[in-house]
Each structure stands twice: as structure tokens, then as C-alpha cells.
Design a protein around this ligand. Sequence first.
Ligand code: SF4
Length: 344
Amino acid sequence: MYQYELDNQDIQSYFKEFDLHESHLNILINNFYRSRDKDLKQFSQLPSGLITKASTLDASLPKIIDQQTALDGTTKFLVQFDDGESVEMVLLPFYKKFTLCLSSQVGCAMGCKFCFTATQGYKRNLKVHEIISQILLAKDYIIQLAGEKRDLTNIVFMGQGEPLHNFENLKKAINIIRLRNGISISEKNITVSSVGYLPGLKRFNELGGVNFALSLHAVDENKRGEIIPLNQKYPLKEILPIIDAMELRRKQTIEYEYILIDDFNDDLESAKELYGALKDRTHMINIIPFNPFPGSKLKKPSLEKIQSFKKYLVDLGLRAMIRTTKGDDILAACGQLNSKKEKQ
Ligand code: SF4
């Protein structure tokens, strides 16, 4: 059994013959996910049989087989799992903090036209321990880089894969990420991004108050369907009411992401449609200038077009910001991840 797939309940049941006291459970969670030194013998209060059983858990991490750092400090890692499959994850520095953009699937089945991952197709879901391992690898890297002075504070499920298409593993991974004595990153610092995979979206409140980001990118159903094929199955008219009905907890946020593509959705008509659709909603709109990737015919709009698109929305009272592109010189920005060995 993998150590990094165990939540509170799993630990209780794995060690059920030892009738774990809460303090024992806390020691184990701390040891498994925080100190990770495996040396449980120092805890004299733990039964020796439990220590022996704990040592049989598989605590190995996947391999980092490639790593590149961009001019702005963004680092992209290619992480390879036991079966040889791999994903990319991206670590973004921000003053003393780091955000990790992690992957939830090997490849992706959604086929979005603005995304390099789509070109590699779908291979498989990541397992819980493979999702958690990305975080542990990132934490190890931060310690090497900056010692204890800086830490991983934010997680965004915006890497490879549609997270809501791997719902059960996503849900369990989030439970583990939030464990107080373990990785301990709270739900308000975790964001799940989705193109609107409806079966998962309907269950979003099971994820315990994490933030939600919808990849919107166009308001007209046909136009959205051109770049997000899933829209033909789950159109916006079904997605938006579900988002509107979400009961938000304190500090839980919803954002709309809008990738701005030259001569596709960056004109005044598109801005008007966006305003029309979102004018009664108070959530932030993140405008993301398209990030080109090999083989794509889509283009990034000029800075002038990007700024006037934002200005139009803001002048009408919507909350909108342009997201700063990070790591695009190493293909680590939004929509540029691809873990296939021979890229197009
Ligand atoms: S944008 Fe997200 S959902 Fe669409 S293909 Fe890329 S990884 Fe998959």
C-alpha cells in the first residue's frame, strides 16, 4: 500500500488492530506527510508492532526526469511514475511563497484547441498518491532552494488533465492536502479549474470549500464548442446555473477564466457578450492572453487589444484582471504543458 494515499480514515483502518488514539494518529500524519523521516522508533508511545507495520508502506516518490527554470523563476518539472507515464507540474515563486500548478491526469480527454496537453490525448487518471507526490516533490525542491524560509502555500489544479474528470481521486487528494498535521494547506488556498465537466461539477461541494475557476473562454455556445469540444455535450446553459447555485463558504471564491485569442474572441462583440452573460455575477474574470505552443495556429492578441478588452469590462463595472504570463519561455505557462516525449 502507498503511504501517500492514506487519509485519516485509511490510517485508522490500516492500523485497526492497534486501536489508534488521536495523538497516535497525529504522529503518523505528521510523520507521513510533514517530517517524512520514517523513523517512528523515536516515538516511545507507539506500539512496536505498529512501527513495524508502518515500515512496510511504500513511501517512494516518482522521479523528476527533467527540470527547467524560466527567466522569471518559474520551474517546470517532468515527473515520471512507476509505469513510465509522466506529467508536468509547475512551481511558481511569489515573494516568500510558492504556488504549485499540478496535474490530475496523464494527458487529457477534453481536446481543447488552445491547450498543448490536448494534443497528446488521454492516457489515464492519476492515482491519489501520484497527485500527492507532486506536492511532496515540490516541497523537497523548495527546501533545497531556500531552506525553511519559504514554503508552498497554494495549490492550483490547472496542470494537465481535467480534474473533475478524475473526481474521486481529486476529492481524496484534497482531503489529504488539508490534513492539519500533514501538508496542511487549507481549502482557501486550493483552486480547482475546470472546463465544465458536468458530472464532477454537480458534486463540487464535496470538495470541502476549495475555490473554483471555470475555463469560460467564449459565451456563445457554438463559439465555445469550437475551442472546447466538451461544450457540445455540456453547454454553458447547463454549467452556469450549477455554478450560480453553489453555496459558497467564507472566503471560497469562483473565478471565470477567459483565454484571449487573436481574431477569435478578442473583439468588441465578444466583450459585449461576456458582459451580457456575467453582468449579474460578481466573480473575478481572469483574462489570460493565449500562450502559443508548437503546432497551434492560434495567436496571442496585441497588448493594445488585451488592454482594451479588459477596459471595456471594467468600465462597465465588472471585476476583471489580466493574468501575468509566467514561464512561457520554457512552455510552462497556461495551456503549454505537454509530457509526451516527442512533442509536436
Ligand atoms: S485545457 Fe484543461 S481540460 Fe482542456 S485539454 Fe487542456 S488540460 Fe484538458
